[in-house]
Design a protein around this ligand. Structure first.
Ligand code: M6R
Length: 608
């Protein structure tokens, strides 16, 4: 949430910062700003709206300095406006700050600072930080910064320019990510690796409460007690091309099409015709054998993947599985035992509520396994065991390929565990492993098969204000995901229901033309779903069914059908995710929505 960049080197900072922000725009996009220090003065340019709004005034109003910081904002305190955009400064513009996170006690600090004569310009929580540094400064900015953060409650990653040390950038983090990229006679600061992936692949990842002083030729990192520390460099092997659209009109469409390859990468060396190998997780065999309770914790789309995980593990393992939305889990009085496994799922690995849940569960002594797409993320670093999703860089705010890899990760992990617990026969395991191996090819086929029908369907959906998604068992979890995708990018109100639940109230909303997507990928329960579809049709609903090939009688009942290819009943849901994503994409496209950066949202949710 919010993107931070910093540059210190031998080139003009402003264009480099702007390019870095462009790569981070998915983290927040309601306003942006850049500050550049040329050793004499610090110029600040900031603008409400998307980043392009900044571009024009940047050239006119910033000096040619080679040290600077920038920010793209997702508003928390104070509406999006020029004034509330970052950077923020103290009374005399000696200290200039950009911030990600939330300062919870800012009102109290602001009141005190105002009473002592400080003059505030914005409604943000961030501005208090600049004024606090001003108060704490006594010829040593590192100490002033430490004294300042000691007074702050909440989360922050901070990047600071100062008039007093114009060739340096000061940074600190707590509960909000910050990395330092290492270059030749130049260094970079960012809240996320893609910002400067085209410049360097070597990064320091700051831990909570670490501070750093970054100049063109030197990076000094300090611990909480201000002792200089040595940190390991983290090398990424990502290709900067991954961060480009490569001919697709939107990242979302590119990422939908990348799913077959993403699944191939996830399964490589882990799934073979002979079974599943996840020994890389280093989970103790005895622990796995005796495991009786698993908690799955995540947010949004990742939570929906966890719901599939629950149904699967119950089906295959017959043990107790809890799934929770992280923002609830962290504050519930959950019974977590030392011999429980807690699986946290997060594409970004930085989602604040998921991270807090991880920490809470860890305190109870449970083992933490993270499914994440981000190797160096806080969640990856704090979990005991990590299953890397390998979906590749996902830029569109609406998650597609990371979701699918989360779902497949649950399949793989469930089968692995089923084998460890002797709950699956070798013959069945081999059959399922072989079906998993076929999955990427089948995904390619489903993308082809559903493209044109979903374009057609979108022409109807675009005229609607409400839509319903129904399914039973794992299909219900897909319905939830389908509804979320449609809401998120097309702004059409969509609700998901277990198919059997409609008649307990919601059926009252079904009348002629109300669009309903019905999922029927599970043979064992299809007839029940079919009855529920019939109930909808009897009230005039317009039903699009996504069902397994051979689903008896469906064509006579519904308006439109998409068949998903033959595969073991267990895996139908993976394939059905594709038409749901394409329906949302095409509807949003026809509505002219900003597909990759939907209103009010951000990719990485690092605030509560
Ligand atoms: O990075 P995470 O997987 O932890 O993110 C969780 C949610 O914020 C995320 O899945 C969100 O729901 C997506 N924008 C949905 O497409």
């Amino acid at each position: 949430m919010c993107g931070i960049v910093g540059y210190v080197g031998d080139k003009k900072a402003a264009p480099i910062l702007y390019d870095g922000l462009k790569k981070l725009e998915y983290r927040g996009y309601d306003s942006s700003g850049i500050a550049v220090n040329d050793g004499f003065k610090i110029d600040i340019v900031k603008k409400k709206g998307k980043l392009d709004q900044l571009e024009g005034s940047l050239k006119k109003n910033t000096n040619g300095g080679t040290v600077g910081i920038g920010h793209t904002r997702w508003a928390t305190h104070g509406k999006p406006s020029d004034l509330n955009s970052h950077p923020h400064c103290d009374c005399s513009k000696d200290f200039v700050v950009v911030h990600n996170g939330i300062i919870e006690n800012f009102q109290k600090i602001k009141k005190r600072l105002k009473e002592s004569g400080h003059n505030f310009k914005s409604e943000t929580d961030t501005e208090v930080i600049a004024h606090l540094i001003e108060d704490n400064y006594d010829n040593n900015l590192l100490k002033a910064l430490k004294a300042t953060v000691n007074e702050l409650d909440g989360s922050y990653s901070l990047t600071i320019l100062s008039k007093y040390e114009p060739d340096k950038i000061f940074v600190v983090r707590k509960d909000s990510p910050l990395i330092i990229g290492v270059g030749e006679k130049e260094n970079y600061i960012a809240s996320d690796i893609p910002a400067f992936l085209s410049k360097t692949k070597d990064f320091y990842i700051l831990e909570d409460n670490e501070l750093a002083v970054v100049s063109s030729g030197k990076i000094e990192i300090y611990n909480d007690s201000l002792d200089l520390i040595k940190k390991e460099l983290y090398h990424v092997d990502w290709d900067p091309e991954m961060a480009e659209k490569q001919g697709y009109e939107h990242y979302m469409l590119k990422e939908i099409n990348e799913q077959p390859d993403a699944v191939r990468r996830l399964m490589s060396k882990r799934v073979t015709p002979g079974g599943i190998n996840l020994d890389e997780l280093n989970l103790d065999s005895e622990f796995l054998k005796n495991l009786k309770q698993i908690h799955i914790v995540a947010c949004g789309t990742a939570y929906h993947s966890g719901l599939i995980g629950k149904y699967l593990m119950e089906e295959l393992l017959n043990i107790h599985i809890e799934v929770d939305v992280a923002s609830e889990y962290r504050y519930r009085n959950v019974l977590i035992k030392e011999d429980d496994l807690v699986i946290v799922v997060s594409q970004s690995g930085e989602t604040s509520d998921t991270l807090a849940s991880l920490r809470m569960a860890k305190k109870h002594g449970a083992k933490i396994l993270a499914f994440t797409n981000s190797r160096g993320s806080s969640i990856a670093r704090e979990a005991d065991h990590v299953l890397l999703l390998k979906a590749g860089l996902e830029i569109s705010v609406a998650s597609t390929k990371a979701y699918l890899n989360m779902v497949v990760a649950f399949y793989i992990f469930s089968l692995y565990l089923a084998e460890k617990q002797n709950k699956i026969e070798t013959k069945r395991l081999n059959k399922l492993s072989n079906d998993l191996i076929r999955l990427p090819d089948l995904l390619e086929q489903v993308i082809k098969d559903s493209e044109s029908l979903m374009k057609e369907r979108a022409k109807q959906y675009v005229k609607k204000q409400n839509a319903f998604f129904i399914g039973r068992h794992t299909d219900y979890t897909l319905a939830l995901e389908g509804a979320l995708k449609l809401k998120e990018i097309s702004y059409i109100h969509a609700e998901a229901y277990p198919a059997g639940e409609l008649k307990h109230g919601t059926l009252a909303l079904i009348e002629k033309g109300v669009p309903v997507v019905a999922l029927g990928t599970r043979k064992f329960i299809f007839e029940k779903t079919l009855s529920n579809i019939t109930e909808i049709k009897a009230r005039g609903g317009d039903v699009t069914a996504i069902v397994y090939k051979g689903a008896e009688g469906i064509e006579k009942v519904v308006d439109h059908v998409i068949y998903i290819p033959q595969i073991d009943d267990l895996f139908g849901g993976v394939l059905a995710a594709i038409p749901l994503q394409l329906l949302a994409y095409n509807t949003a496209y026809l509505k002219g929505c900003d597909i990759d950066q939907p209103r009010n949202l951000a990719k990485s949710v690092t605030v509560e």
